[in-house]
Design a protein around this ligand. Structure first.
Ligand code: PGA
Length: 253
């Protein structure tokens, strides 16, 4: 039986897309779609749109997320934004360690751990991304890679914290490529991650929400979301269209 804490969570990662007015329009359209009473919905616009999107989402069922943060509270860190600043602008979630940040901006497991700690200390729910590249999958080291990435995050958590932390399993080869992991392969990875969390921190691992990400679309969401250890989706491209994103939301229940 799935733990009751694991309400389905559908998160839209808008990446570096949309102006402020476009973001507000998309947020309004998503908030207007039918959202099941048991489903949590989150959108992650660019930093510059957070304030306006927050206002547009006031009183709706859709929560606000940032796409990144810095672990320090304040100071001489040009170009960075702290956890407290995200809370101040109305964020409840923050994406951490997305594979694009790891691959293009040199983020490390150590940085992900520090960001996870800072996010939690400020009261944000971290959505921590893990996932193997194609060459790592072909080399048969998928579980070594995602296990190592998960451990970095688990090292800064305790068992209780798992109920308010989210992991996103995103195979790098599936992101933005139109190639989705087979639902059964994704389930294996999710079960592996949950078992590892339970082994390290205890049965609280049953409360941890683990999202799948990588080319999730309206027509493949239902099969993925039906897997016992897939608790939701982190959606990139398909979250930029309210109609398609709404269909993914409804596939969750
Ligand atoms: P995609 O992106 O849905 O466009 O593959 C997912 C992600 O990067 O979070």
């Amino acid at each position: 039986m799935t733990h009751p804490n694991r309400r389905p969570l559908i998160a839209g990662n808008w990446k570096m897309h949309k102006t402020v007015s476009e973001s507000v329009a998309l947020a309004r359209a998503i908030a207007d779609t039918r959202i099941g009473p048991r489903t949590d919905v989150v959108v992650a616009p660019v930093f510059t749109a957070l304030s306006s999107v927050r206002a547009a989402l006031e009183g709706t069922a859709v929560a606000l997320s940032a796409q990144n943060l810095h672990w320090e509270a304040q100071g001489a860190f040009t170009g960075e934004v702290s956890a407290a600043m995200l809370v101040d602008v109305g964020c409840r979630f923050v994406i951490i360690g997305h594979s694009e940040r790891r691959q293009l901006f040199g983020e490390t497991d150590d940085g992900v751990a520090k960001k996870t700690r800072a996010a939690r200390a400020a009261g944000l729910v971290p959505i921590v991304c893990v996932g193997e590249t194609l060459s790592e999958r072909e080399a048969g080291i998928t579980f070594d890679v995602i296990g190592r990435q998960l451990d970095a995050m688990l090292a800064v958590l305790d068992e209780k914290a798992l109920a308010t932390t989210v992991v996103a399993y995103e195979p790098v080869w599936a992101i933005g490529t139109g190639k989705t992991a087979k639902a059964s392969d994704a389930q294996l990875a999710h079960a592996f991650l949950r078992d590892r969390a339970k082994n390290k921190l205890g049965d609280g691992g049953d409360t941890l929400r683990i999202l799948y990400g990588g080319s999730v679309k309206a027509d493949n969401a239902a099969e993925l979301l039906a897997q016992p250890d897939i608790d939701g989706a982190l959606v990139g491209g398909a979250s930029l269209d309210a109609e398609g994103f709404g269909r993914i939301i409804r596939a969750a229940g």
